[in-house]
Design a protein. Sequence first.
Length: 120
Amino acid sequence: MGVAVIDVDAVVHVVAQCPSVARLTSGTGVEAVSYLPGRRVPGVRVAEGGLEVHVVAHYGPTMAQVAEEIRRELRPLVGDAAVSVVIHDLDVDADLDVDADLDVDADADADPEGHRAAAS
């Protein structure tokens, strides 16, 4: 069985349009890239077993929701090819109060005995 013919540029375009995706990324260590004539395309790797897509997701949706959205949007392009989604990081809006969203206790920096940490 050979490698399926997949238009890497089309994959990048579709994934970049997903609302839960901040950007594609090559990751760290062993990079996830496709090599096309004269250029590298980060975040997409086509292999015999299918397609790998590596992204940074927006804060909010679950990882399962991000992966499902990407797979759903790619299905018309890749057919029945397996799509593995790797989420390397979350892009959190600087204006977003993540602690409020997570209902973090105001004394989160207290030690186990209940003493507040000294301000530095």
